[in-house]
Structures are given as structure tokens and as C-alpha cells.
Design a protein around this ligand. Sequence first.
Ligand SMILES: Nc1nc2c(c(=O)[nH]1)N[C@H]1C(S)=C(S)[C@@H](COP(=O)(O)O)O[C@H]1N2
Ligand SMILES: [Mo]
Length: 380
Amino acid sequence: MSRPRRAVPEYRDGMTRTEPSAPARVAAPGEGITAQELQLAARNHGMPAEALRYDLTPVGLHYLLIHYDIPDLDRSTWRLRVGGAVRRPVELTLDDLRRRPRVTTTVTLECAGNGRARLEPRPISQPWLVDAVGTAAWTGTPLAPLLAEAGIPPGAVEVAFTGADHGIERGVEQDYARALPLAEALGPDVLLAYEMNGMPLPPQHGWPLRLVVPGWYGMAQVKWLTAVTVLDAPFTGFQNAVAYRLKRAADEPGTPVTRIMPRALMIPPGYPDFMSRTRFVAAGEHLVHGRAWSGWAPVSRVEVSADGGATWADAVLGPPVDRHAWRGWRWVWPAAEPGEYELLARATDEAGNTQPIDAPWNRQGMANNMVQRVPVVVTR
Ligand SMILES: Nc1nc2c(c(=O)[nH]1)N[C@H]1C(S)=C(S)[C@@H](COP(=O)(O)O)O[C@H]1N2
Ligand SMILES: [Mo]
């Protein structure tokens, strides 16, 4: 094994400078899922599609993505340090944070790599199908007032968020850290969250504190938060500069992954075959329903196809669960004739973003929102 290169700390808060690293691998044509991908998939589970029935995803059914290990943190020694280019750096305990104004927001989170395993060739990483999503009620205190109290100087451009988890990624040793543009970090709905669905954050979702940035893909929702660092130059950490970029060639810089593209998912109708998960329903009318979301604008339309995408029908939209959460949709499938079908659903948002039938390929398998396909056999 080659020795990992050490990243040189550039800021005191555990953030790291990015050094050149090996490009992520893309699977050879026809190459099956590797044991390494399986190892990641077993640690980082998706949300079972039938859990789309709940407005709020029960905590244990919410998807999980953990790059390294769940860190071992102690309430008595844990602190949140707000520092960097601020006038008045401050350290807060969990009790300090809990005494601040308390807000609950329901937010749909989705991993930027959702759908990656369906790309060809397949980028080798966490091999998500389409299940890397969940919706929770996050309770915490808004970030913007805390930053205002710390005093943001005129030259500030970004805010970096550092987690307590530590690991090596493509040769670069680091604490998980992600930055946001200053204007996004100051957004009124950005939360420092300490509760999920009315309970203290569980270890896997970031106890004692995580960032919640409604509308952004999962990588921005930094867990096990220890530092909020105001920067007067763009952040150069791995998770912004190298990872989470839309690009085709390994050597191009690419563009950053930001907000969640629209997606509709259905609760697959009928019952499944254990191995293939092909669905079976008896001929006759069936309710096809699910959820749809977008991080850019409210979902305005969901369409369903029962003939593999040749023709589409409008689903009826339910009320959004909250401003930044998914909304339900439903459609009645006549399913009169026995046979083999493929059900598709696609969402469109008020900004005009929609879902492609075939996803444009990118090297890291990011922000791929191609339509879900559900094979269904209609029996007599
Ligand atoms: N500190 C830290 N924060 C993190 C991660 C991580 O590995 N470490 N993973 C990110 C990614 S890629 C995603 S998709 C979300 C997943 O959040 P969840 O596990 O609570 O669903 O957390 C984000 N925050
Ligand atoms: Mo993610």
C-alpha cells in the first residue's frame, strides 16, 4: 500500500489544503459492483422506497452517508468554534446553542451521488441506485444571527464547516469539511441542528450538531460540526475543490455541485419478487403514488408513464410537507391488460428544471436525476 500524503493544515480549524490526488476510478465496461463498493453500500444504506409513504422519514429509515467513521464525541468537551475572519471568535457548548432561538424546519435531503450506480460507465464510489433520500424535521438555531454576532468583515467570501470525522480520501488526509458561499451561509433557513424528528440527533446523523442547508445536496449538510470558519478567500479543501464537481475528464476542474435537481420517486405498486424486486399486481386499477422534490424551486408537475416513456399522464399533486420538503403525488393506473410494463415518474419544478430519460454522464456520478424505472408484471 502506498503511504498517504499528509495534507498541510492551512487554517487552524482542522481544514486542510488539497494536494494532487489520484483520480477516482470509473468501472470497466460490464464490471460488476466491487467488494469495496459493497462495503460502502452496507454502511451507507438508502431509504426503502415504501418509506415514501411517511411525511417524515422515521430516523432509522432515513438514508445515511458517512465518508469515514462516526466520531466518538463527548458532550462535556465538545465545542462549536466560530472563528476565522471574524471580529469576535466565540466557542459554544451544546447548552449555549440550545439556549439560543429554536426553530424547526422540515427538509428533504438527498445525496449528490444518488443514481450513480445506474451510470455507464459506473463511477466507483458509494453505489446508490435511487434511494439516497429522506425527509426529517430538523430543530436547531439559525446560523445567520450567530455569524452576525461574531462580526463578518467586508472581505469575507465563504464560510467553511468542519466535522469531527477524520479520514483519507484519494490520498488526502482530512477532517470532513465543506464551504458555502457567504450569501448561502447567511440564508434565513440555514440551521445548526441538534434534533431530528423531535429527538436528539442520533450518532449517525451528526450528534451533537449538524448543519442543515435546505435545498442543497447532502454534502453541504456537515455532520459532527466542530468549527464554522469565515474565510476571506475561497476554500481550497478537498470536498469543495476536488470532490463534488461536475466534470467529464479527470483533469478538468469542473463546476461545483450545489442544489438538488428535481426528482420524483414512486412507492412501487403491488408486491416484489425477493431477488429481482420486479413487482406483481393483478389486472385492474392501482394507485401509483410517491413524492417529488427539487432544491431549486417548488415542484410544479409530476408525470407518470406506464409504457416506458412513450406517453405521459399528469399525476395529482398533494400539498408540500413544508417549504423545503417533498410533496406527495398520486395517479391511478388502469392496468387493464396482463403483461410486462415499465412505470416511470418524472418531476418538473417552477424554475423549469425537469428529469431526463437518460442522464448526462459525469465522472463522479453527481446530480444525476434521470427518471426512475419500475418494472411491473400485471397478472390475471
Ligand atoms: N462530517 C460529515 N458530514 C457529512 C458527511 C460526512 O461524511 N462527514 N457526509 C455528507 C454527505 S455526502 C451526505 S449525502 C449527508 C448525509 O446525511 P445523512 O447521513 O444524515 O442522511 O451528510 C453529509 N455530511
Ligand atoms: Mo452525499
